[in-house]
Each structure stands twice: as structure tokens, then as C-alpha cells.
Design a protein around this ligand. Sequence first.
Ligand SMILES: Cc1ncc(COP(=O)(O)O)c(C=O)c1O
Length: 392
Amino acid sequence: MRVGVHSGHQGSQWHYFDDEDLQAVKAVLDAGALGTISPSPPLQALEKDFCDTFGSPYAMGVVNAMAGLHSAVAAAGAGAGDEVVVDSLVGFGGIAATFNNAIPVFADVRRDTHTMDPESLRSRLSERTKAVIVTQLWGLIADMDEIMAIAKQHNLMVIEDCAHAIFAQYNGKYAGAIGDIGVFSFQESKQLGTGEGGMILYKDPEVGKRLEQMITFGTMPERIALNYRITAVMAAIAGVQFKRTPGYVDICIRSAEHYNAAVADTDLIEAQVTPPGRVHTYHLWAATYEGDAKGLPMDDFIKVCEEKGFSCMWRYIQKAPYLYDVFQQPVAFGRGCPMQCPLRLRDVSYTPGLCPNAEDIMSKLLLVWTGGDPDAHKVAADNLRAAIEAVS
Ligand SMILES: Cc1ncc(COP(=O)(O)O)c(C=O)c1O
């Protein structure tokens, strides 16, 4: 199944639910098997769909992507005193590492693609690094050839955070099936959006055993675990929605193309760059505002955009995740854990300037949700274009 405007797959309607979804839910209710602690046909079918479609030997459903990332870090064997390299434009990987009592080490991103810079990753490694969580950010897959080569050289587990990147491609490979573990989110804003839910792809059955220990136990767990099972109803709806997801992705790509066209011939806005060989699925359209250096402050531009009827998420979370208290203090477990753990090899920095590209991007970022109606996005992109023209 291929996606993209030139694939012949033309999505026409965003996130719709109909009789097919109802029938799938009814089948679960009729069977009276709502959970997945025992083998669950809708979950098994969904896991098979993910494996077959994305070319992965194994898949395991999970209640959401954060639970999946938490479990993935545990499966990588990272704990007290260990380090996990994570992205610096989003906080999810850093939280997943911290929640395992491991130390998150933030790597910078590439200025053009917004994805993890392999050279920064290399510079962050220590003999305690167990894993790297690579976010396939906004729907674009990072430089995986380089990242996989570094990981192989240093014996690291590669965890792909694919919450934004279902059906994204990199040299013909799908997001989630490139690294050792790939984690997807079904949170409602995502292209496959069932409210909650998620999926993990993995290659090694031993990793699968450790993931399973994290995700489900009956009475006493084999290791510290919380039960992160997806329900059968969620899996059944996801099974129907999975088939529609290429159409939803296609809508996002078509919508993003309106914004790319709107900024194509201005140097006020720099859209995220998609290198050759990749299919960007545009869960979000991302760009940076470059007017400040030209004497056109961003806050003035935001006002003009508002007047022209263009709105978006300006500056996302406002500052790099490592500048938040949860990492700075750290407030995670109190008493300085895990960053000041006596088992640590070294002190890791969370200071301003740590990831200059991420900090620069964050201070100038525009993010647009691309779901919904592509015609409405065409109007919004025209409004953005009008704002650019008004200040140019
Ligand atoms: C990049 C990324 N990773 C992980 C998550 C967490 O997903 P979930 O809400 O399924 O836990 C999100 C949610 O927005 C996300 O954007």
C-alpha cells in the first residue's frame, strides 16, 4: 500500500466512522471478549496488518504511544545510571527515558529537516548509552542510514517514535520497520486516530518477551510493570481505520502542499525540508519564520496573520524540552533522580545552548495540523500567503 498524491490513492474524507466500525465493535461485544489479556482476534488481525503492510516480523498492540516508548526503553535494558539519547524538539522520548530511571541525553536536530542530527547523536554517546529514541518528526523520517550505522557500531537499540509518521517512507522502507522497535500512536489527532491506542513493531523475539512483560501481566509481573494493554474494541476500530489511513495521509499531504506552495518563493518562511528518497506524511506541516533577522519581528507577523485569517501553533512548546523543570530540577522522582543517580557515569547537561538548532527552530516554529478538509487548508494557505505579501 503506497501513499502520496502521486500514488493514485486519493483520500476524500477525514476520520470518518460508519457501519463498518460499528460492525467491528458489535463483533467484539457479541463475542463478549472485550479485553486482550487472552488472545484477541481483532488485535491479532491488527498486528498482522501492521506487520504485512510495513514489513515487520512482529507487532504488539499497546494502550498508547507513551506506554509503548516506556516499554521500549525498558526492553532496551536502560535503567538507573544508563543513558538514552533523545530528540530535542519534542519531550516524549526524554520522558520515556526518565520514567525508566534512565538519563535522557538530548541530541540536536538538523536545521533543515528538524530530525535528529546523526553527528550530534554521535557526540552524545558514552559507554553507558543503551538506546536512542529517534522521532520521525512531523511525519518525516530522520537520517536512518547514518543513525543505524552509529547504533550498530556502538551496540545501541534504535527506537523509532512513529507517532507522527504512519506510512512515512525512507528509501522504500516504512517508519517503524527500520529500527529495532517502532512505536505508533492512535491518539485522536493522529492519522490513525481511535482516541487512544498504539502499536509497537519489533524484530527480535527476545525484545518481544521484554515488551510483553511491560505490557501485560495477570497476577504478578516478572518485572516492574503497569499493564499497558489495548482493549479489543480499540483494536477493532483501529483495524477498520487502518485501511482508511492511506486516504487520511493523502489528505494531509495534499493539504501540506498548499502551505509549501504558499511559501515557495519567500525567504520569510522556511518550510521543513524533505530530502530525496523520503515520503513525508505531514501529520503536521512545519516551518520557521525567518523575518526577525530582516527586521520583521515574529510577534508583529503573528498579528498580521491573525488579521488575514491564518492561525497555527506558534513556537510549539516555546522552549526546548530539556529547559522544562521535569528535566531541569529534576522533579521526576525527586532527590535528583535519575540525573543525579549515584550510579551515573557523568553529569549530563540541560542548559540553554545545548542544542542550538532545536532552540533556534523552536523560537521560530509554525506548526499546522493538516487533517480535515484540504479545501479549508487551501484557504488557510492563501491567507498565510496574503500575510507574507502584506509584510514583504
Ligand atoms: C512524537 C510523539 N510521540 C509520542 C506521543 C504520545 O502519544 P500517545 O498520546 O499515544 O501516548 C505523541 C503524542 O502527541 C507524539 O506526538
